[in-house]
Design a binder for this molecule. Structure first.
Ligand SMILES: [Fe+2]
Ligand SMILES: [Fe+2]
Length: 172
């Protein structure tokens, strides 16, 4: 059985992962509107991965005979100044999520919930990749500067990303 505290925290994390999916989907729509379909593809896959994360928490709660309780998902931004601003936002968001995962691990240790702690280790590793891939693209976009040609080439590279495959422009 999950403790009340652990169940509440994991339900909160389902919401955070769904919110992540929502924000990345909004970023995808923004890029599609700017005709940067490679970037739009990258963000759309990112959104799908976040939904997979949400379902991992969902399934874990059900497996442990807890109760999944879905809360409303908060609204997300729809406009950014430039592609760089989008990825800076994504990087900052992933750093925030890493903090949430670390808090969950701390709670699992406090509650002596070894199964939850073990389950959460996948997310600890995943967050290292998530931060690295967003940051790698931030760095690349800084090098792009005001060059539409280089942005076009990077967009083509971003179009290569597939679900579950290493991400173009950074770590998996
Ligand atoms: Fe996630
Ligand atoms: Fe993420």
């Amino acid at each position: 059985m999950l403790s009340e505290k652990m169940q509440a925290a994991m339900n909160k994390q389902i919401n955070a992962e769904m919110y992540s999916a929502y924000i990345y989907l909004s970023m995808s729509a923004f890029f599609a509107d700017k005709n940067l379909m490679g970037f739009a593809n990258w963000m759309r896959i990112q959104a799908k991965e976040e939904m997979i994360h949400a379902m991992k928490f969902y399934d874990f709660i059900v497996e442990r005979r807890g109760r999944v309780l879905l809360e409303p998902i908060a609204g997300v931004a729809t406009e950014w100044d430039a592609p760089l601003a989008v990825f800076e936002n994504a990087f900052a968001h992933e750093q925030k999520v890493t903090g949430m995962i670390n808090d969950l691990v701390n709670l699992a240790i406090k509650e002596k919930d070894h199964a939850a702690n073990s389950f959460l280790q996948w997310f600890v590793d995943e967050q290292v990749e998530e931060e690295a891939s967003a940051d790698a693209i931030v760095q690349q976009l800084k090098m792009v500067g005001d060059s539409p040609t280089v942005l076009f080439l990077l967009d083509r590279e971003m179009a290569q990303r597939q679900l579950g495959a290493p991400a173009a422009g950074g770590a998996a």
